[in-house]
Ligand binder design. Sequence first.
Ligand code: GLU
Length: 553
Amino acid sequence: MDYQRIADLLFPNVTLTPADVEARYPERVLPEGAKVTRLSPSPTGFIHLGGLYQAILGEFLAHQDGGVYYLRIEDTDSKREVPGAAEALVETLGQYGIRFDEGIPGQGGAYAPYRQSERVEIYRVYAKQLTREGKAYPVFTTKEQLEQINRADKKAELSERDWHNDDARRAQMRSEREITERQIEENLQAGNPFVLRVLADGDPEKKVPFTDLIKGRLELPENDEDFVLLKSDGVPTYHFAHAVDDHLMHTTHVVRGEEWLASLPKHIMLFRYLGFRMPKYMHTAQIMRLDEQGNKKKLSKRDVGAGVDDYRKLGYAPICVIEYLMTILNSNYEEWRMQNPDKGYREFPLSIKKLSASGALFDMEKLNDVAKNTVSRMTVDEVYDQICGWAKEFAPDYYRDLTDAPEYAKAILSIGRGGKKPRKDYGTWQEAMDYTALFYDRSFRIIDEIPERFSREDVRAALTKFLTFCGTVADQNEWFEKMKATARELGYADDMKAYKADPDAYPGSIGDISMFLRIALTGKTNSPDLHQVMQILGPERVTARIQAMLEQP
Ligand code: GLU
């Protein structure tokens, strides 16, 4: 077989050699030990939480010691492509603090192009080389058969099991290897399309040791599948593009989902065939969730919280999601966070050894917990700006409340903020809106009821007295003394201890009449510090709300 001749027949227009291409993509000049990592999504417009997880990890590793983080768009499957998805991805990930050094649409970089659809010529150079070396061969089809093959190979990209159990397919593949020079010529003359397949030399009975930086030591079978390198339209499969691109772009660490682990034998073979040094691999664990029966399930596209955009809609600040993902990423993050409450997450000494190797469990409650902690550490201006950003899009009435009176809003959002033990009342902007609703007449509602053991008259008597001082007394002690005096005048115990010692001697306690006031002003039996609430509401609102309750039938 004259492989050189076959290569020329199959790729007559490819005149560049691998050496020509290599010269365009020289080694990167980086500090010793710096890593080059990348994100290489398909531009489908959907960003999975797992993708963000990988992005945080990849970027962290790269920027931790002066390396490069770049974006490569895997748009070889044009059917799944959504226009503008790459730009939107950069924008969204930017909100999550992810910075790309190269590959941003419109900006490029020294290893351009960063879109696989624009690299087709490059793949063909290597395809020609493999053919010339007898490591790849064409399989011709009629146009009708083609659809079928492309579909089957697409499926097979992820499913090694199919291949090893499908004897018929294996037998067919073996026979297709036998194509002669003559047949190739005839097919080309007839204008038949072909896919280019690798000629696998592996023995699946043989196991090769391989170390994944997350999964640890693995035993992988050698690859014996003649998988497709180039589809009939000249577009590469994931496997081929991965090897060529990560080599030319000098990726040192491939961070990708563990669903690719099964394809690793193919990649090992391909790197060897191409004479490329392999990068290090980090296969990240799938993010799992518990279903109603308590079984672990993959967090799938349809689940709330699977898409990064869900968090924006629900009103989670990006930093809250990052903090949460950091806790899944590294087992010692929480401890570090407790010891370093004021540090940014980027100061965390991320350790590859402590990366979670098995399915990370997605836990909404945990996320909320982390979110509350994180929000409680923010400054009031940060909270205000972020809530405005959310409300503008998702709660226009609230947005008007916030922006009509910024100082009022900030006073509300300052409640319990700062100090050693800040309050943790809300973790999302939706929750913040609910929490602050009582301060706005538009959204203020009486939610809790006064317990039945108090009559309408009991409540009126107390409120009538409150009306005389609650709007005017600013000093906390003075106000509290007046509350106590009111309790005494109406026969209530002004001291909780005394009340508890002999509850039957009183209609109620200072606590009860405070509750009347609390419900009148906040609508709830549970609220932030009442005196503080009154200070923020201001005399007019306080008076109006007490009056409104008095006037209730
Ligand atoms: N386009 C592949 C995916 O979205 C990327 C895998 C990789 O990072 O190599 O799964």
